[in-house]
Ligand binder design. Structure first.
Ligand code: FDA
Length: 366
């Protein structure tokens, strides 16, 4: 065989896997159907601003090993994710914390805020939440649900909250401190210079073929290597023999504006149901940039159709069962290993993808 590993997909999973295996002396080839490396973490410099082309990417983890790992490839800044919610022109801090409660009710102490939430929970009289609406109200009360959860969630999933399963929201973090830091993780930041640089470093000594879709010549690629690491869609690999796994899609609308600062924050969520987009990202606030211009992206969630870019797996009962059928098929393979968010049909944060790729490497070399 010409290669030890053929890796399908130059996203984070494929890049970490190829990097580690190459260090161990294995010969790797990556094929990637897009015209760039990096998958969804890809960033591009436009107007001297690092633009996150597939949505805002903030690295955050509690896992020191993964934090140290990614820091080999870049220096990270101390960016702290503190999104703002805009509900019909009213601004609220997220995640739900004392600042939000002050803005919503004018309360100034944790006791006052707790009392209001408790009263609203009691008024709702929900004992066994049957859907997302009941679940959210039983967790945070009616006001927060109606202004900050309902519209955003309905746009995100394209369904009314009373038709969505309650398990989508297991917890809604409520903090009784004045703390706007969205993540609880010990480590977070944005790589200075962008994510694409990280992937470039990982792939420094590795052969990569862009604009190359595995499915245009499946047999050829399979016969080129001892093992295939496939980070595309598992159902597509099996020609959708049991049916299609469902996803939620996204449209990104980019605008370059002739002003220095558009919204004063990297992320502003639009939580009413009427505004068609869920959020506006202003990229220059992730990393400092002295550009006199600014670039914003509006994110429009949408129904997903086969052949389009897939963003969020719909991990409901029906799709989870379908995925399990494909997993059963994959267990019979001795040559193909599925990895990453599409191969494993799972929403993974970046640190989890790195973790999975490193675990796979370990399991193959022992
Ligand atoms: P990824 O999809 O990136 O890579 C797979 C690659 O395979 C793609 O480049 C694709 O083109 C290629 N491919 C597929 N089929 C192929 C074929 N047939 N032939 C050749 N190539 C093929 N995480 C986080 O930690 N913090 C955050 O803030 C965010 N934000 C965020 C926003 C949005 C909108 C989304 C959708 C996701 C996030 N994430 C995130 C998650 C993050 O994007 C994710 O963890 C990684 O991108 C997953 O990397 P993978 O390599 O698994 O997939």
């Amino acid at each position: 065989m010409k290669y030890d590993y053929l890796i399908v997909g130059a996203g984070l999973f494929g890049a970490v896997f190829a990097h580690e295996m190459t260090k161990l002396g294995k010969k790797c080839l990556i094929i990637e159907k897009r015209n760039h490396i990096g998958g969804n973490v890809y960033t591009e410099i436009i107007e001297n601003i690092n633009v996150h082309k597939y949505g805002a990417h903030i690295f955050h983890t509690n896992n020191k090993e993964i934090w140290d790992y990614i820091n080999q490839f870049a220096n990270f800044n101390r960016y702290t994710n503190s999104p703002i919610a805009n509900y019909k022109g009213e601004l609220y801090n997220l995640p739900f914390n004392m600042n939000t409660f002050y803005q919503m009710w004018g309360v100034k102490t944790p006791d006052e805020a707790k009392k209001i939430i408790e009263n609203q929970r009691a008024d709702a009289k929900v004992e066994n939440p049957k859907n997302l609406e009941e679940q959210a109200i039983s967790l945070v009360g009616k006001d927060i649900y109606e202004k900050l959860v309902k519209g955003y969630t309905e746009k995100q999933w394209g369904k009314n909250c009373n038709e969505l399963p309650s398990f989508i929201i297991k917890r809604l973090p409520v903090r009784f401190t004045f703390d706007n830091n969205y993540f609880n993780d010990l480590y977070q930041g944005i790589p200075i210079g962008g994510y694409t640089k990280i992937i470039e470093k990982m792939l420094e000594n590795i052969e990569v073929k862009l604009n190359t879709d595995f499915f245009t010549d499946k047999e050829k690629w399979i016969n080129l290597a001892d093992k295939i690491i496939f980070t595309g869609m598992i159902d597509q690999y099996y020609d959708y023999c049991y049916g299609e796994l469902e996803y939620r899609g996204l449209n990104f609308e980019f605008e370059t504006l002739n002003q220095e600062n558009y919204q004063g924050n990297a992320v502003i969520n639009y939580t009413d149901v009427e505004t068609p987009f869920t959020r506006i990202i202003e990229h220059k606030h992730f990393e400092s940039s002295d550009s006199p211009k600014t670039i914003i992206t509006k994110e429009y969630p949408k129904a997903w159709h086969k052949g389009e870019e897939a963003y969020y797996p719909m991990n409901d009962k029906k799709n989870s069962e379908l995925y399990e059928k494909y997993v059963e098929l994959s267990k019979k393979e001795d040559k193909i290993i599925f990895g990453g968010r599409l191969g494993m049909y799972k929403y993974y944060d970046m640190w989890q993808v790195i973790d999975e790729a490193l675990k796979l490497v370990k399991s193959l070399v022992i």
